[in-house]
Design a protein around this ligand. Structure first.
Ligand code: N01
Length: 538
Protein backbone atom coordinates (compact mmCIF):
# COMPACT_ATOMS: atom_id res chain seq x y z
CA UNK A 1 0.00 0.00 0.00
CA UNK A 2 2.91 2.36 0.72
CA UNK A 3 3.95 4.44 -2.24
CA UNK A 4 6.12 6.77 -0.19
CA UNK A 5 9.61 7.35 -1.51
CA UNK A 6 11.74 6.63 1.54
CA UNK A 7 14.68 8.48 -0.02
CA UNK A 8 12.73 11.68 0.25
CA UNK A 9 13.83 12.87 3.67
CA UNK A 10 12.68 16.49 3.82
CA UNK A 11 9.13 17.59 4.50
CA UNK A 12 7.47 20.80 5.56
CA UNK A 13 5.32 18.88 7.98
CA UNK A 14 5.32 15.44 9.53
CA UNK A 15 2.03 14.38 11.03
CA UNK A 16 2.05 11.37 13.33
CA UNK A 17 -1.10 9.26 13.14
CA UNK A 18 -3.73 8.55 10.47
CA UNK A 19 -6.91 8.78 12.53
CA UNK A 20 -9.50 11.55 12.42
CA UNK A 21 -6.90 14.23 13.29
CA UNK A 22 -4.09 13.14 11.02
CA UNK A 23 -6.29 12.76 7.95
CA UNK A 24 -7.89 16.16 8.28
CA UNK A 25 -4.57 17.84 9.10
CA UNK A 26 -3.17 16.39 5.89
CA UNK A 27 -6.10 17.77 3.89
CA UNK A 28 -5.68 21.21 5.45
CA UNK A 29 -1.94 21.54 5.03
CA UNK A 30 -1.37 19.67 1.78
CA UNK A 31 -4.49 20.63 -0.17
CA UNK A 32 -5.32 24.03 1.32
CA UNK A 33 -1.84 25.44 2.02
CA UNK A 34 0.09 23.46 -0.61
CA UNK A 35 2.63 22.15 1.88
CA UNK A 36 4.75 19.06 1.52
CA UNK A 37 3.43 16.67 4.17
CA UNK A 38 4.03 13.13 5.31
CA UNK A 39 1.79 11.19 7.68
CA UNK A 40 3.51 8.40 9.61
CA UNK A 41 1.19 5.68 10.91
CA UNK A 42 1.92 2.54 12.95
CA UNK A 43 -1.01 0.55 11.58
CA UNK A 44 -1.39 -0.69 8.02
CA UNK A 45 -4.47 1.39 7.32
CA UNK A 46 -6.23 4.59 8.33
CA UNK A 47 -8.60 4.65 11.32
CA UNK A 48 -6.62 5.64 14.40
CA UNK A 49 -8.44 4.49 17.51
CA UNK A 50 -10.86 2.51 15.34
CA UNK A 51 -8.03 0.70 13.63
CA UNK A 52 -6.99 -0.76 17.00
CA UNK A 53 -10.33 -1.01 18.81
CA UNK A 54 -12.06 -3.95 17.11
CA UNK A 55 -13.13 -5.65 20.32
CA UNK A 56 -16.57 -7.30 20.48
CA UNK A 57 -19.23 -4.62 20.75
CA UNK A 58 -16.87 -1.72 19.86
CA UNK A 59 -19.12 1.09 18.81
CA UNK A 60 -18.93 4.84 19.13
CA UNK A 61 -21.20 6.34 21.75
CA UNK A 62 -21.56 9.62 19.91
CA UNK A 63 -24.50 9.50 17.52
CA UNK A 64 -23.34 8.84 13.99
CA UNK A 65 -24.62 12.06 12.42
CA UNK A 66 -22.43 13.97 14.89
CA UNK A 67 -19.46 11.60 14.73
CA UNK A 68 -18.47 12.90 11.34
CA UNK A 69 -16.24 15.46 9.72
CA UNK A 70 -18.19 18.65 9.19
CA UNK A 71 -15.68 20.55 7.05
CA UNK A 72 -16.96 19.35 3.69
CA UNK A 73 -20.57 19.81 2.52
CA UNK A 74 -19.92 17.31 -0.23
CA UNK A 75 -18.72 14.66 2.18
CA UNK A 76 -21.73 15.23 4.42
CA UNK A 77 -24.02 14.69 1.45
CA UNK A 78 -22.17 11.67 0.11
CA UNK A 79 -21.76 9.57 3.26
CA UNK A 80 -24.71 7.80 4.90
CA UNK A 81 -24.48 6.14 8.31
CA UNK A 82 -26.61 3.09 8.90
CA UNK A 83 -27.15 3.06 12.69
CA UNK A 84 -27.77 5.53 15.49
CA UNK A 85 -24.25 4.80 16.82
CA UNK A 86 -21.63 3.70 14.31
CA UNK A 87 -19.88 0.38 14.87
CA UNK A 88 -16.11 0.10 14.56
CA UNK A 89 -16.16 -1.52 11.12
CA UNK A 90 -18.47 1.14 9.70
CA UNK A 91 -16.23 3.90 11.09
CA UNK A 92 -13.24 2.31 9.37
CA UNK A 93 -15.24 2.23 6.13
CA UNK A 94 -16.02 5.92 6.63
CA UNK A 95 -12.40 6.81 7.19
CA UNK A 96 -11.36 4.87 4.13
CA UNK A 97 -14.05 6.66 2.18
CA UNK A 98 -12.59 10.00 3.32
CA UNK A 99 -9.03 8.86 2.57
CA UNK A 100 -10.03 7.77 -0.94
CA UNK A 101 -12.14 10.83 -1.67
CA UNK A 102 -9.29 13.19 -0.79
CA UNK A 103 -6.57 10.88 -2.12
CA UNK A 104 -4.77 10.81 1.23
CA UNK A 105 -3.07 7.41 1.29
CA UNK A 106 -0.38 8.43 -1.19
CA UNK A 107 1.07 10.64 1.56
CA UNK A 108 0.75 8.19 4.44
CA UNK A 109 3.63 5.95 5.42
CA UNK A 110 1.93 2.92 6.99
CA UNK A 111 3.57 0.29 9.20
CA UNK A 112 6.03 2.80 10.63
CA UNK A 113 5.97 3.82 14.27
CA UNK A 114 7.72 7.03 15.28
CA UNK A 115 10.25 6.01 17.90
CA UNK A 116 11.98 9.36 18.34
CA UNK A 117 11.56 13.00 17.40
CA UNK A 118 14.38 15.41 18.14
CA UNK A 119 14.38 19.14 17.53
CA UNK A 120 17.51 20.42 15.78
CA UNK A 121 17.95 24.05 16.81
CA UNK A 122 20.66 24.85 14.26
CA UNK A 123 18.76 23.53 11.30
CA UNK A 124 15.35 24.56 12.69
CA UNK A 125 13.81 21.20 12.01
CA UNK A 126 12.47 18.08 13.65
CA UNK A 127 14.42 14.88 13.05
CA UNK A 128 12.13 11.90 13.15
CA UNK A 129 13.05 8.22 13.29
CA UNK A 130 10.73 5.26 12.86
CA UNK A 131 10.97 1.72 14.21
CA UNK A 132 12.29 0.68 10.78
CA UNK A 133 15.24 3.05 11.28
CA UNK A 134 14.00 5.42 8.61
CA UNK A 135 14.79 9.09 9.24
CA UNK A 136 12.95 12.18 8.10
CA UNK A 137 13.24 15.90 8.73
CA UNK A 138 10.48 18.44 8.83
CA UNK A 139 9.96 22.03 9.86
CA UNK A 140 6.79 21.20 11.77
CA UNK A 141 5.90 18.15 13.82
CA UNK A 142 2.21 17.58 14.44
CA UNK A 143 1.13 14.82 16.75
CA UNK A 144 -2.21 13.29 15.83
CA UNK A 145 -1.76 10.26 18.03
CA UNK A 146 -5.08 10.24 19.87
CA UNK A 147 -5.70 10.48 23.59
CA UNK A 148 -6.51 6.82 24.20
CA UNK A 149 -4.01 4.90 22.15
CA UNK A 150 -1.56 3.64 24.72
CA UNK A 151 -3.14 0.41 25.95
CA UNK A 152 -2.60 -0.41 29.62
CA UNK A 153 -2.26 -4.03 30.68
CA UNK A 154 -1.84 -3.87 34.46
CA UNK A 155 1.18 -5.61 35.90
CA UNK A 156 -0.37 -8.70 37.46
CA UNK A 157 2.00 -11.29 38.87
CA UNK A 158 2.26 -14.43 36.71
CA UNK A 159 0.60 -13.20 33.51
CA UNK A 160 3.56 -14.56 31.52
CA UNK A 161 2.73 -18.06 32.81
CA UNK A 162 -0.83 -18.07 31.47
CA UNK A 163 -1.20 -20.89 28.93
CA UNK A 164 -4.35 -19.50 27.34
CA UNK A 165 -4.57 -16.37 25.19
CA UNK A 166 -4.93 -12.83 26.40
CA UNK A 167 -5.85 -9.62 24.59
CA UNK A 168 -6.21 -5.94 25.35
CA UNK A 169 -9.34 -4.43 23.85
CA UNK A 170 -7.36 -1.51 22.45
CA UNK A 171 -5.07 -3.80 20.51
CA UNK A 172 -7.56 -6.30 19.20
CA UNK A 173 -6.50 -8.85 16.54
CA UNK A 174 -7.60 -7.80 13.07
CA UNK A 175 -9.21 -11.14 12.34
CA UNK A 176 -11.16 -11.19 15.58
CA UNK A 177 -11.16 -13.73 18.38
CA UNK A 178 -13.47 -16.73 18.63
CA UNK A 179 -14.99 -17.28 22.07
CA UNK A 180 -16.96 -20.36 21.03
CA UNK A 181 -16.65 -23.07 23.71
CA UNK A 182 -14.23 -20.90 25.68
CA UNK A 183 -14.14 -19.94 29.32
CA UNK A 184 -13.41 -16.23 29.25
CA UNK A 185 -12.36 -13.82 31.98
CA UNK A 186 -12.70 -10.08 31.45
CA UNK A 187 -10.97 -7.55 33.67
CA UNK A 188 -12.39 -4.03 33.56
CA UNK A 189 -15.84 -2.48 33.46
CA UNK A 190 -15.28 0.96 31.93
CA UNK A 191 -16.95 2.11 28.68
CA UNK A 192 -15.10 -0.59 26.80
CA UNK A 193 -15.76 -3.46 29.19
CA UNK A 194 -19.44 -2.55 29.36
CA UNK A 195 -19.70 -2.78 25.56
CA UNK A 196 -17.77 -6.05 25.39
CA UNK A 197 -19.52 -8.07 28.12
CA UNK A 198 -22.87 -8.66 26.35
CA UNK A 199 -21.26 -9.65 23.06
CA UNK A 200 -18.68 -11.98 24.60
CA UNK A 201 -21.31 -13.59 26.84
CA UNK A 202 -23.46 -14.33 23.77
CA UNK A 203 -20.68 -16.38 22.20
CA UNK A 204 -18.58 -17.79 25.02
CA UNK A 205 -19.22 -20.96 26.94
CA UNK A 206 -18.77 -18.94 30.12
CA UNK A 207 -17.73 -15.40 31.04
CA UNK A 208 -16.37 -14.20 34.38
CA UNK A 209 -16.26 -10.43 34.80
CA UNK A 210 -13.70 -9.08 37.27
CA UNK A 211 -14.94 -5.69 38.48
CA UNK A 212 -12.82 -3.35 40.60
CA UNK A 213 -15.04 -0.26 40.54
CA UNK A 214 -18.75 -0.50 39.83
CA UNK A 215 -19.89 1.83 37.07
CA UNK A 216 -22.99 3.63 35.89
CA UNK A 217 -24.35 2.96 32.46
CA UNK A 218 -27.35 4.23 30.53
CA UNK A 219 -28.92 2.30 27.63
CA UNK A 220 -27.62 3.42 24.25
CA UNK A 221 -30.82 2.38 22.44
CA UNK A 222 -28.93 1.75 19.26
CA UNK A 223 -31.05 1.09 16.18
CA UNK A 224 -30.88 1.26 12.39
CA UNK A 225 -31.48 4.78 11.13
CA UNK A 226 -34.73 5.33 9.27
CA UNK A 227 -34.65 6.59 5.69
CA UNK A 228 -36.36 9.75 6.91
CA UNK A 229 -33.64 10.45 9.44
CA UNK A 230 -30.92 9.83 6.86
CA UNK A 231 -32.57 12.39 4.57
CA UNK A 232 -33.14 14.79 7.47
CA UNK A 233 -29.44 14.77 8.39
CA UNK A 234 -28.35 15.49 4.84
CA UNK A 235 -30.86 18.31 4.47
CA UNK A 236 -30.04 19.82 7.85
CA UNK A 237 -26.28 19.48 8.04
CA UNK A 238 -25.80 23.25 8.28
CA UNK A 239 -28.04 23.29 11.35
CA UNK A 240 -26.08 20.42 12.93
CA UNK A 241 -22.76 22.08 12.09
CA UNK A 242 -23.82 25.16 14.04
CA UNK A 243 -25.34 23.13 16.87
CA UNK A 244 -22.18 21.06 17.35
CA UNK A 245 -20.15 24.26 17.62
CA UNK A 246 -22.50 25.65 20.24
CA UNK A 247 -22.94 22.79 22.68
CA UNK A 248 -20.36 22.47 25.47
CA UNK A 249 -19.29 18.96 24.49
CA UNK A 250 -19.76 19.12 20.73
CA UNK A 251 -22.69 16.71 20.93
CA UNK A 252 -25.95 17.19 19.05
CA UNK A 253 -27.97 17.88 22.18
CA UNK A 254 -28.29 20.81 24.54
CA UNK A 255 -27.71 20.57 28.29
CA UNK A 256 -30.92 21.63 30.01
CA UNK A 257 -30.63 24.91 31.91
CA UNK A 258 -32.90 23.76 34.74
CA UNK A 259 -31.48 22.78 38.12
CA UNK A 260 -32.52 19.63 39.95
CA UNK A 261 -33.86 21.88 42.72
CA UNK A 262 -36.19 23.58 40.19
CA UNK A 263 -38.46 20.55 39.98
CA UNK A 264 -40.48 18.38 42.33
CA UNK A 265 -39.52 14.76 42.98
CA UNK A 266 -42.14 13.31 40.63
CA UNK A 267 -41.24 15.58 37.74
CA UNK A 268 -37.58 14.79 38.29
CA UNK A 269 -38.27 11.05 38.10
CA UNK A 270 -40.27 11.58 34.90
CA UNK A 271 -37.41 13.55 33.36
CA UNK A 272 -34.92 10.80 34.18
CA UNK A 273 -37.31 8.11 32.99
CA UNK A 274 -37.78 9.87 29.66
CA UNK A 275 -34.02 10.33 29.25
CA UNK A 276 -33.46 6.66 30.16
CA UNK A 277 -35.96 5.58 27.51
CA UNK A 278 -34.38 7.86 24.92
CA UNK A 279 -30.96 6.52 25.84
CA UNK A 280 -27.50 7.85 25.15
CA UNK A 281 -25.11 10.38 26.57
CA UNK A 282 -27.77 13.08 26.75
CA UNK A 283 -28.97 11.53 29.99
CA UNK A 284 -26.38 13.72 31.69
CA UNK A 285 -27.95 16.78 30.04
CA UNK A 286 -31.19 16.26 31.99
CA UNK A 287 -30.24 19.02 34.44
CA UNK A 288 -27.56 21.70 34.35
CA UNK A 289 -26.06 20.91 37.75
CA UNK A 290 -25.49 17.15 37.51
CA UNK A 291 -21.71 17.40 37.27
CA UNK A 292 -21.29 20.40 39.55
CA UNK A 293 -23.51 19.77 42.57
CA UNK A 294 -23.17 16.67 44.76
CA UNK A 295 -26.79 16.68 45.89
CA UNK A 296 -28.11 17.13 42.37
CA UNK A 297 -25.80 14.42 41.13
CA UNK A 298 -27.04 12.03 43.79
CA UNK A 299 -30.53 12.09 42.29
CA UNK A 300 -29.21 10.86 38.92
CA UNK A 301 -26.86 8.39 40.59
CA UNK A 302 -29.69 6.94 42.69
CA UNK A 303 -31.96 6.70 39.67
CA UNK A 304 -29.41 4.58 37.81
CA UNK A 305 -28.60 2.45 40.86
CA UNK A 306 -32.33 1.68 41.15
CA UNK A 307 -32.44 0.70 37.50
CA UNK A 308 -29.52 -1.68 38.05
CA UNK A 309 -31.27 -3.26 41.01
CA UNK A 310 -34.51 -3.63 39.05
CA UNK A 311 -32.77 -5.12 36.03
CA UNK A 312 -30.32 -7.57 37.59
CA UNK A 313 -32.23 -10.49 39.05
CA UNK A 314 -29.32 -12.11 40.91
CA UNK A 315 -29.30 -10.02 44.10
CA UNK A 316 -25.64 -10.67 44.81
CA UNK A 317 -24.65 -9.38 41.36
CA UNK A 318 -27.06 -6.45 41.64
CA UNK A 319 -25.45 -5.41 44.92
CA UNK A 320 -21.93 -5.58 43.45
CA UNK A 321 -22.95 -3.68 40.30
CA UNK A 322 -24.84 -0.93 42.10
CA UNK A 323 -22.30 -0.33 44.87
CA UNK A 324 -20.86 2.65 42.99
CA UNK A 325 -18.41 4.87 44.85
CA UNK A 326 -18.34 7.96 42.63
CA UNK A 327 -20.80 10.48 41.24
CA UNK A 328 -22.55 9.74 37.95
CA UNK A 329 -20.52 11.20 35.02
CA UNK A 330 -17.59 11.88 37.35
CA UNK A 331 -15.89 9.30 35.15
CA UNK A 332 -16.68 9.14 31.45
CA UNK A 333 -20.28 7.80 31.51
CA UNK A 334 -20.66 4.60 29.50
CA UNK A 335 -23.71 3.76 27.46
CA UNK A 336 -24.60 0.17 26.67
CA UNK A 337 -26.64 -2.42 24.87
CA UNK A 338 -27.97 -5.01 27.33
CA UNK A 339 -25.10 -4.67 29.79
CA UNK A 340 -26.97 -5.14 33.06
CA UNK A 341 -29.43 -7.57 31.40
CA UNK A 342 -26.49 -9.82 30.52
CA UNK A 343 -25.99 -10.60 34.22
CA UNK A 344 -29.29 -12.51 34.01
CA UNK A 345 -27.75 -15.11 31.71
CA UNK A 346 -26.74 -18.44 33.17
CA UNK A 347 -23.22 -18.42 31.67
CA UNK A 348 -21.93 -15.34 33.50
CA UNK A 349 -20.24 -14.73 36.83
CA UNK A 350 -19.21 -11.46 38.47
CA UNK A 351 -16.30 -11.10 40.86
CA UNK A 352 -16.01 -8.08 43.13
CA UNK A 353 -12.30 -7.34 43.20
CA UNK A 354 -12.66 -4.92 46.11
CA UNK A 355 -13.61 -7.74 48.47
CA UNK A 356 -11.77 -10.45 46.57
CA UNK A 357 -8.71 -9.01 44.77
CA UNK A 358 -6.64 -10.79 42.14
CA UNK A 359 -3.48 -12.20 43.70
CA UNK A 360 -1.93 -13.65 40.55
CA UNK A 361 -2.43 -15.17 37.15
CA UNK A 362 -1.16 -18.71 36.71
CA UNK A 363 -1.02 -21.07 33.77
CA UNK A 364 -4.68 -22.02 34.14
CA UNK A 365 -6.33 -18.70 34.89
CA UNK A 366 -6.88 -16.05 37.54
CA UNK A 367 -6.32 -16.57 41.25
CA UNK A 368 -8.11 -14.22 43.61
CA UNK A 369 -7.77 -14.15 47.38
CA UNK A 370 -10.75 -16.45 47.75
CA UNK A 371 -11.06 -18.47 44.53
CA UNK A 372 -9.39 -19.76 41.38
CA UNK A 373 -10.97 -19.22 37.96
CA UNK A 374 -9.99 -21.59 35.14
CA UNK A 375 -9.88 -19.63 31.88
CA UNK A 376 -9.04 -20.13 28.20
CA UNK A 377 -8.99 -16.42 27.33
CA UNK A 378 -8.40 -13.26 29.38
CA UNK A 379 -9.70 -9.96 27.99
CA UNK A 380 -8.09 -6.85 29.42
CA UNK A 381 -10.58 -3.99 29.14
CA UNK A 382 -8.29 -2.08 31.45
CA UNK A 383 -8.02 1.23 29.64
CA UNK A 384 -5.14 3.44 28.66
CA UNK A 385 -2.25 5.53 29.79
CA UNK A 386 -4.41 8.36 28.53
CA UNK A 387 -3.51 11.67 26.92
CA UNK A 388 0.17 11.86 27.87
CA UNK A 389 1.08 8.20 27.26
CA UNK A 390 1.04 8.29 23.44
CA UNK A 391 3.17 11.46 23.41
CA UNK A 392 5.68 10.32 26.00
CA UNK A 393 6.08 7.05 24.14
CA UNK A 394 7.50 8.81 21.11
CA UNK A 395 10.70 9.97 22.85
CA UNK A 396 10.28 13.59 21.92
CA UNK A 397 13.28 15.84 22.62
CA UNK A 398 12.99 19.61 22.28
CA UNK A 399 15.38 22.55 22.59
CA UNK A 400 18.47 22.17 24.79
CA UNK A 401 17.96 18.42 24.68
CA UNK A 402 14.91 18.72 26.90
CA UNK A 403 13.08 15.42 26.95
CA UNK A 404 9.29 15.56 27.05
CA UNK A 405 9.47 12.95 29.84
CA UNK A 406 11.48 15.44 31.92
CA UNK A 407 9.36 18.45 31.00
CA UNK A 408 6.26 16.53 32.11
CA UNK A 409 7.72 14.80 35.13
CA UNK A 410 5.10 16.42 37.36
CA UNK A 411 2.33 16.19 34.79
CA UNK A 412 1.66 17.70 31.38
CA UNK A 413 2.38 21.40 30.86
CA UNK A 414 0.91 22.87 27.72
CA UNK A 415 -0.52 26.07 26.37
CA UNK A 416 -4.07 25.28 25.22
CA UNK A 417 -3.14 21.61 24.82
CA UNK A 418 -1.61 22.75 21.53
CA UNK A 419 2.01 23.53 22.34
CA UNK A 420 4.60 22.63 24.96
CA UNK A 421 7.23 25.13 26.17
CA UNK A 422 10.67 24.16 24.89
CA UNK A 423 9.27 22.29 21.86
CA UNK A 424 9.11 24.82 19.01
CA UNK A 425 7.08 24.08 15.89
CA UNK A 426 5.45 21.08 17.54
CA UNK A 427 1.66 21.04 17.73
CA UNK A 428 -0.28 18.44 19.70
CA UNK A 429 -3.79 17.85 18.33
CA UNK A 430 -6.19 17.31 21.25
CA UNK A 431 -3.26 17.35 23.65
CA UNK A 432 -3.61 17.46 27.44
CA UNK A 433 -5.15 20.78 28.47
CA UNK A 434 -7.60 20.84 25.55
CA UNK A 435 -11.31 19.84 25.66
CA UNK A 436 -10.58 16.61 23.72
CA UNK A 437 -11.87 13.60 25.66
CA UNK A 438 -14.65 15.58 27.33
CA UNK A 439 -16.17 16.22 23.92
CA UNK A 440 -17.30 14.56 20.74
CA UNK A 441 -13.78 14.10 19.39
CA UNK A 442 -14.19 14.89 15.66
CA UNK A 443 -15.59 18.31 16.54
CA UNK A 444 -12.71 19.10 18.91
CA UNK A 445 -10.30 17.75 16.30
CA UNK A 446 -11.64 19.96 13.50
CA UNK A 447 -11.23 23.02 15.71
CA UNK A 448 -7.62 22.14 16.56
CA UNK A 449 -6.65 21.16 13.03
CA UNK A 450 -8.07 24.35 11.54
CA UNK A 451 -6.41 26.49 14.20
CA UNK A 452 -3.04 24.85 13.45
CA UNK A 453 -3.60 25.33 9.71
CA UNK A 454 -4.38 29.03 10.17
CA UNK A 455 -1.38 29.48 12.46
CA UNK A 456 1.00 27.86 9.98
CA UNK A 457 -0.56 29.85 7.14
CA UNK A 458 0.10 33.03 9.11
CA UNK A 459 3.71 31.96 9.71
CA UNK A 460 4.23 31.14 6.04
CA UNK A 461 2.83 34.47 4.91
CA UNK A 462 4.83 36.48 7.45
CA UNK A 463 7.92 34.31 6.84
CA UNK A 464 8.35 33.24 10.44
CA UNK A 465 10.41 30.12 10.93
CA UNK A 466 9.48 29.17 14.48
CA UNK A 467 6.59 29.38 16.89
CA UNK A 468 6.96 28.55 20.55
CA UNK A 469 5.04 28.92 23.76
CA UNK A 470 6.66 29.66 27.12
CA UNK A 471 6.51 28.37 30.68
CA UNK A 472 4.43 31.32 31.90
CA UNK A 473 1.69 30.75 29.32
CA UNK A 474 1.65 27.05 30.12
CA UNK A 475 1.42 27.76 33.84
CA UNK A 476 -1.43 30.21 33.39
CA UNK A 477 -3.28 27.81 31.13
CA UNK A 478 -2.67 24.99 33.61
CA UNK A 479 -4.30 27.16 36.29
CA UNK A 480 -7.30 27.76 34.03
CA UNK A 481 -7.60 24.00 33.37
CA UNK A 482 -7.53 23.33 37.12
CA UNK A 483 -9.93 26.14 37.97
CA UNK A 484 -12.64 24.99 35.59
CA UNK A 485 -12.16 21.34 36.58
CA UNK A 486 -12.46 22.22 40.25
CA UNK A 487 -15.90 23.69 39.62
CA UNK A 488 -17.04 20.19 38.69
CA UNK A 489 -17.10 16.83 40.49
CA UNK A 490 -14.70 15.30 37.98
CA UNK A 491 -11.41 15.71 39.88
CA UNK A 492 -12.89 14.04 42.98
CA UNK A 493 -13.06 10.58 41.44
CA UNK A 494 -10.66 7.84 42.50
CA UNK A 495 -8.90 5.83 39.74
CA UNK A 496 -10.06 8.30 37.08
CA UNK A 497 -8.00 8.30 33.91
CA UNK A 498 -8.85 12.00 33.47
CA UNK A 499 -6.43 12.47 36.38
CA UNK A 500 -3.94 9.80 35.36
CA UNK A 501 -4.95 7.98 38.54
CA UNK A 502 -5.49 4.66 36.73
CA UNK A 503 -1.77 4.26 36.05
CA UNK A 504 0.43 3.49 39.06
CA UNK A 505 3.11 6.18 39.49
CA UNK A 506 1.63 8.62 36.98
CA UNK A 507 1.46 12.21 38.28
CA UNK A 508 -2.12 13.02 39.20
CA UNK A 509 -3.14 16.12 37.30
CA UNK A 510 -6.55 16.77 35.78
CA UNK A 511 -5.70 16.67 32.07
CA UNK A 512 -8.60 17.66 29.82
CA UNK A 513 -10.09 21.17 29.69
CA UNK A 514 -13.56 21.10 31.26
CA UNK A 515 -14.57 24.65 30.32
CA UNK A 516 -16.47 23.50 27.23
CA UNK A 517 -15.70 23.75 23.54
CA UNK A 518 -17.32 27.15 22.83
CA UNK A 519 -15.34 28.88 25.56
CA UNK A 520 -12.14 27.14 24.47
CA UNK A 521 -12.82 27.99 20.83
CA UNK A 522 -13.20 31.67 21.78
CA UNK A 523 -9.85 31.67 23.58
CA UNK A 524 -8.16 30.16 20.52
CA UNK A 525 -9.94 32.50 18.10
CA UNK A 526 -8.89 35.57 20.10
CA UNK A 527 -5.28 34.46 19.97
CA UNK A 528 -5.53 33.97 16.23
CA UNK A 529 -7.21 37.34 15.72
CA UNK A 530 -4.47 38.90 17.80
CA UNK A 531 -1.81 37.52 15.41
CA UNK A 532 -0.63 34.86 17.89
CA UNK A 533 1.02 37.47 20.14
CA UNK A 534 0.79 35.02 23.06
CA UNK A 535 3.44 32.91 21.29
CA UNK A 536 7.05 33.75 20.39
CA UNK A 537 7.33 33.95 16.64
CA UNK A 538 10.75 34.23 15.01
O1 N01 B 1 -10.97 2.21 30.10
P1 N01 B 1 -11.29 2.77 31.60
P2 N01 B 1 -11.98 1.94 28.91
N1 N01 B 1 -7.29 -4.45 38.16
O2 N01 B 1 -9.98 3.26 32.10
C1 N01 B 1 -10.31 -1.53 35.33
C2 N01 B 1 -13.28 5.86 25.61
N2 N01 B 1 -14.16 4.88 25.04
O3 N01 B 1 -11.18 1.35 27.81
O4 N01 B 1 -12.39 1.83 37.64
C3 N01 B 1 -8.61 -4.49 37.97
O5 N01 B 1 -12.44 3.69 31.57
C4 N01 B 1 -10.81 -0.21 35.82
O6 N01 B 1 -11.19 -0.30 37.16
P3 N01 B 1 -11.18 1.04 38.10
C5 N01 B 1 -13.99 6.60 26.72
O7 N01 B 1 -13.56 7.92 26.74
C6 N01 B 1 -15.09 5.31 24.18
O8 N01 B 1 -13.17 1.26 29.35
O9 N01 B 1 -9.88 1.76 37.77
N3 N01 B 1 -9.26 -3.65 37.18
C7 N01 B 1 -11.98 0.01 34.86
O10 N01 B 1 -13.09 -0.75 35.23
C8 N01 B 1 -13.56 5.82 27.92
O11 N01 B 1 -13.70 6.49 29.13
C9 N01 B 1 -15.94 4.42 23.63
O12 N01 B 1 -11.23 0.54 39.44
C10 N01 B 1 -8.56 -2.72 36.56
C11 N01 B 1 -11.41 -0.54 33.55
O13 N01 B 1 -10.39 -1.46 33.90
C12 N01 B 1 -12.14 5.54 27.56
O14 N01 B 1 -12.19 5.19 26.19
C13 N01 B 1 -15.88 3.08 23.97
C14 N01 B 1 -7.17 -2.61 36.70
C15 N01 B 1 -10.78 0.51 32.70
O15 N01 B 1 -11.72 1.47 32.38
C16 N01 B 1 -11.48 4.41 28.32
O16 N01 B 1 -12.42 3.38 28.49
C17 N01 B 1 -14.94 2.67 24.85
C18 N01 B 1 -6.54 -3.53 37.55
N4 N01 B 1 -5.23 -3.48 37.76
C19 N01 B 1 -14.07 3.57 25.36
N5 N01 B 1 -6.74 -1.58 35.94
C20 N01 B 1 -16.93 4.87 22.68
O17 N01 B 1 -17.05 5.95 22.23
C21 N01 B 1 -7.83 -1.07 35.35
N6 N01 B 1 -8.93 -1.75 35.72
C22 N01 B 1 -17.80 3.86 22.30
Amino acid sequence: MNQINLNNKEYDVIIVGAGFSGLYQLICLRDQLGMNCLVVETGDDVGGTWYWNRYPGARCDTESHAYSYYFSDELLKEWTWSERYPGHAEIRRYMNFVADKFDLKKDILFNHKVTSAQYNEDKICWEITTNNKINFRSKFLITAVGCLSNANIPKIKGLENFKGKYYHTGNWPKNGVSFVDKKVGQIGTGSTGIQAVPVIAEEAKHLTVFQRTANYSVPARNKPLTENFKIHVKERFKYYRELLKKTPNGHPFEISDRLVADVQEQEMQEIYEKAWEKGGLQFRGSFSDLVTNVEANKTASDFIKNKINETVLNKKFAAILSDIDHPYAGKRPPIDTNYFETYNRDNINLVDLRSNPITQIDEKGIQTEKEHFDLDIIVFATGYDAMTGPLLNMNIVGKNNLKLQEAWEEGPKTFLGLQVPGFPNMFTITGPGSPSVLTNMPIAIEQHVEWIRDCIDFMNKKEYSTIETDAKSAEEWGNEVNNVANKTLLPTVKHSWYLGANIPGKPQVFMPYAGGLPRYRDVCENIKNNNYKEFSLN
